[in-house]
Design a protein around this ligand. Sequence first.
Ligand SMILES: [Zn+2]
Length: 348
Amino acid sequence: MRACVLTATGGIEHIQIAEVPDAPAPRAGEVRVAVHAAALNHLDLFVAAGLPGTAERFPFVVGADGAGIVETIGPGVTTVQPGDRVMLNPGISDYSCEFCRAGEHSLCVNYRLLGEHLPGTMAELVTVPAHNVARVPNLSPPLTWAEAAAFSLVTLTAWRMLVTRARVTQGETVLVWGVGGGVSLTAMRIAKLFGARVFVTSSDDAKLAAATQLGADATFNHRTQKVAEEIRVLTNKRGVDVVIENVGAATWDDSLRCLRRGGRLVTCGATSGPQVGLDIRRLFWHHWSLLGSTMGSAAEYAEIVRQLGKGELRPIVDRVFPMAQARQGYERLARGEQLGKVVIEVPS
Ligand SMILES: [Zn+2]
């Protein structure tokens, strides 16, 4: 099959289109999907750069997000049939450890991601557990393959951050850094869905204007404005109820300065660096909750698919590249030019 692969780690110059062996025929409980589109995430840049414990065998098929048509089902699969249009949940759990048994599939001790630990979605075929596919909801107008591929990773991540971890409620204030990113943009939309007031940042005024169109209540250019000071003015020195972080080192101090007494900070990433400082006296004095979050559970995935079926959280696609030009998609993401998802069309 044709696939987009890494021939080595060390950067996106190692991305190539290659002929590789077909994804294996599905075993019991698995399905094989003929992929029509795959979406890029910041994770794909980290995998290309090289993360410990990932992408060790080359050529390695990249891509976490994807959507396509069920091609073959393994024994015992009853939830989908060949021919079904499906989206993929990229988080693979063992469904047997204590955390899985408690319904916390993204805490699984054997948690692995497509395109990071396992062969990914940017290929004509991918084989995954049937647990990890969901039928594409019927919407009007119908979801495109690009939209379906763009849905899972960022929506699942942002949903767990806002709903399960931060427990955002109507009337609360939420600060989201870097609204051009897929998780951040989706976090803004989920916070609005729950009736929160949402403040967003970007270094790009055009993205801030677009965010306003999509519902942002206030916007800040974090390159030209001092966000923490602006937030203090905007909230009468109180600070926001919730901060949504995935930037890390560059924004951490300001995130804490923006947080109200008793506020919650949720982080799912560290794109600018993972090491930050914390004055423990401020943590206990202000009763802050600092919350980690990664991906989400099967129940959370089912819930976001249900929301999509109601017409909510329809993915915002930035640009679609044919698989032959996948590297250009990576470059667009690396330069931070996107608003919404960069999608790779897989030829079928
Ligand atoms: Zn498990």
